[in-house]
Design a protein around this ligand. Structure first.
Ligand code: DX5
Ligand code: ZN
Length: 220
């Protein structure tokens, strides 16, 4: 089975509590929060104060995706703000062991995010102390981009490495996922599937989530 993680990046921030409640009502248990710093990615979004507010508003699992440089400076702060999961980019952190261990010690799940052009071989060591890997299926920075098809093969290869090494590492996928391709990413091995514009980009979020879960469940 897979879990759906709606990304609030495409939500209406003036009605954030309502949007989160609509996502929960549709069956989502995880909320994906995209943190961007304008350096690691060419966009600036939200940070610690918003995570603190969301923590007060919901008991959903808060999954913070840090698209920031030097994420080790902030990762534990996000756990203290209420995040249950924190991912940092392999391309942005020269001290992954230190960062992931600190996140775990602070009581959250520690993840490594990986850009489309970064090979899975760069995760070889970190797989030993990560709880999850976030595979980017678009270049990070913006919602509403097109899914990069070669990600499916990358996902299959990563799943096979995780299984062959007998690891309990979960695989998350993020970017360009909608009703037309969710079944393929489930089939390729994704455990947690992020969807932003397909959930909040128009129409009712509750209905959109139910549609995505239904389309993804066909292959399970
Ligand atoms: C992109 C973010 C994604 C984004 C996904 O950099 O990491 O989480 O919100 O949005 P969609 O589903 O619209 O591609
Ligand atoms: Zn994300």
């Amino acid at each position: 089975m897979f879990e759906l993680a709606p990304s609030i990046l495409s939500a209406d921030f003036t009605r954030l509590a309502e949007e989160i409640e609509a996502a929960r009502a549709g069956g989502a248990k995880v909320l994906h929060v995209d943190v961007m710093d304008g350096h690691f990615v060419p966009n600036i979004t939200i940070g610690l104060p918003v995570v603190r507010s969301i923590r007060k508003a919901t008991d959903m699992v808060i999954d913070t995706h840090l698209m920031i440089e030097e994420p080790g400076r902030y990762a534990v702060e996000f756990v203290k703000a209420g995040a249950d999961m924190v991912s940092v980019h392999v391309e942005a952190d020269a001290h992954l062991n230190r960062t992931l261990t600190a996140v775990r010690d602070a009581g959250a799940k520690a993840g490594v995010a990986i850009n489309p052009a970064t090979p899975i071989e760069s995760l070889s060591e970190a797989l030993n102390y990560a709880d999850f890997i976030l595979v980017m299926s678009v270049n990070p920075g913006f919602g509403g981009q097109k899914f990069i098809p070669s990600t499916l093969d990358k996902l299959r290869r990563l799943k096979s490495v995780v299984q062959s090494r007998g690891l309990a590492v979960q695989i998350e996928i993020d970017g360009g996922i909608d009703e037309t391709n969710i079944a393929e990413v489930v089939e390729a091995g994704a455990d947690l599937i992020v969807a932003g514009s397909a959930v909040f980009g128009g129409g009712d979020a509750t209905t959109s989530i139910k549609g995505l879960i239904e389309k993804g469940t066909v292959w399970v």
